[in-house]
Every structure is written in structure tokens, then in C-alpha cells.
Design a protein around this ligand. Structure first.
Ligand code: ADP
Length: 242
């Protein structure tokens, strides 16, 4: 019995060690890619050899979306470290989830447009009040939007939908992408877990986005859930008590 426990613990330790080393290499890749393109496009602009105004604008747009990507990644890592240490603080105040969602969508829209997505926003104009940390809630929505983009493959269609139900408000991000294998549909919320690893899928990630999204939602008395989308793709829903 004792040796079985030891073996189980050893397995757990080994798994954790592997997850950590995968995480470090995943994050290094995720940092490197935007930094490389920021450096390349800013050098091109600095050399003053790009005369076409539209080209200059598109390079600047790339620099700005890649900077936003870096900021998201770094915020996720810092928040994750804070949560691990039990130091993550939330500042609860009245928030309008519709307004937060529109803001997140507006800041993400250039990214969708640059990559040829058909994007639909179904957010009713009236206010949807919740008590929460508005920045943290925006971070949840941005993580879901970023995943919808990353895991969409060729079917580039994303919809954001806000619905009021009895006693709750639901914000769903729907895509027509790769979906999540049934066996991984809960594991994807575990830290560092990636159902589509970088080697086979070519999609980079740190495996923290959904862990954080769920922790933030639960700290608000809500949750983030996944369900397969009829006809293919994923539906991720942020549910909050209203
Ligand atoms: P990552 O940095 O790997 O994207 P996340 O924690 O955000 O980390 O997501 C965990 C895993 O869940 C991803 O690696 C991917 O396998 C899966 N996943 C997340 N969002 C989607 C989506 N919209 N479609 C398909 N799979 C997804």
C-alpha cells in the first residue's frame, strides 16, 4: 500500500515536472513570435524605405496587435502567479457586462479583421449589470476571443452573444474551429493543459488562459464552461449571477 502511494506520488511529481518544462518552452515561444514581428516591422519603418502609406499603416497595425498579444500573455502569467500565491485581489464594483464585452470586442476586432474572420456581435444595447471586477471580466472575454481565433483553423467565423437568463447573464463565444476532443473537455481548464499541442497543431499557447478565465468567473460566483457546437466548433460561455 505504502509503495503504491509512493509510486502514485512519484508519477504526479514527474507529470508536474514535465508540465512545467513544457510550460517554460511554450511561453518562450509565445513571447518570441510577437517580439520577432514587432522588431522586424519596426526596423522596416525605421529604415524609412516603406513609401506606400497603406503598407506603413498595415505594419503599424501589426505592431499594435502583436503588442496587445504580448500584454495579454504577460497579464495572464502575472495573474496566474498571484493566484498561486493567493495574492490575486479583485475590486468589485457595479459593471455592465454588455459594455465590457463591447470594449473587449472592439479591441480584438482589428485582429479578427486582419486575419479574414467573419465576426458577428450579438450584444443587446441595454445594460446587463453585474457586481464584479471589470478588468478581470474583460480579461476573461479577451482570453475566449483569442482562443476562438487561435483554434479556428480554416473556418473563420466567430460570434459573440450576450443573453440574460433567469438570475444569470451569459456571454458566449462561438467558433467553427477545431473543437475540443470529448476526453479533454474538462482537462482544458487545468493549468498548463493543452488539448492541441504546439508540435502537432502548430498553435502556440501557455495552457493558462482557460484556467484563469474559470478562476476569475468562480471568484464572481459564476463559471466558464465548454460545450461542442452543433455543426462543428466550440462554445465557451462565461456565466455570472446577475
Ligand atoms: P492555450 O494557451 O493553450 O490556448 P488555454 O488555457 O486558453 O491555453 O486553453 C487550453 C486548451 O483548450 C488549448 O490548448 C486548446 O487545446 C483548448 N481550447 C481552448 N479554446 C479552444 C477553442 N476555442 N477551440 C478549440 N480548442 C480550444
Amino acid at each position: 500500500m505504502g509503495s503504491l502511494l509512493l509510486l502514485t506520488d512519484l508519477r504526479r511529481q514527474l507529470l508536474l515536472a514535465r508540465q512545467k518544462s513544457d510550460f517554460v518552452s511554450n511561453v518562450s515561444h509565445e513571447l518570441k513570435t510577437p517580439l520577432t514581428s514587432i522588431r522586424m516591422f519596426s526596423e522596416l519603418l525605421a529604415e524609412d524605405r516603406v513609401e506606400d502609406l497603406e503598407k506603413r499603416k498595415s505594419y503599424l497595425r501589426i505592431i499594435s496587435t502583436e503588442t496587445a498579444r504580448l500584454t495579454r500573455l504577460i497579464n495572464n502569467i502575472l495573474d496566474f502567479a498571484r493566484m498561486e500565491k493567493g495574492e490575486k485581489k479583485y475590486y468589485f464594483e457595479p459593471c455592465d457586462l454588455g459594455k465590457i464585452a463591447r470594449g473587449a470586442v472592439a479591441s480584438y476586432r482589428p485582429q479578427f479583421e486582419a486575419h479574414g474572420f467573419h465576426f458577428e456581435e450579438k450584444i443587446p444595447a441595454e445594460s446587463h449589470n453585474v457586481k464584479g471586477d471589470c478588468d478581470a471580466l474583460a480579461q476573461v472575454i479577451l482570453n475566449l476571443l483569442s482562443n476562438a481565433e487561435k483554434y479556428s483553423a480554416d473556418k473563420k467565423e466567430v460570434t459573440v452573444e450576450l443573453k440574460q437568463r433567469d438570475g444569470s447573464i451569459e456571454l458566449s463565444v462561438l467558433d467553427r474551429g477545431l473543437g475540443v476532443p470529448a476526453a479533454s473537455s474538462e482537462k482544458i481548464f487545468e493549468q498548463f493543459y493543452r488539448a492541441h499541442d504546439s508540435l502537432s497543431s502548430g498553435i502556440q499557447g501557455s495552457g493558462l488562459g482557460l484556467t484563469l478565465a474559470r478562476q476569475i468567473a468562480r471568484a464572481h460566483g459564476g463559471d466558464v464552461t465548454y460545450e461542442p457546437r452543433p455543426g462543428g466548433g466550440s462554445i465557451f460561455t462565461l456565466k455570472l449571477p446577475s
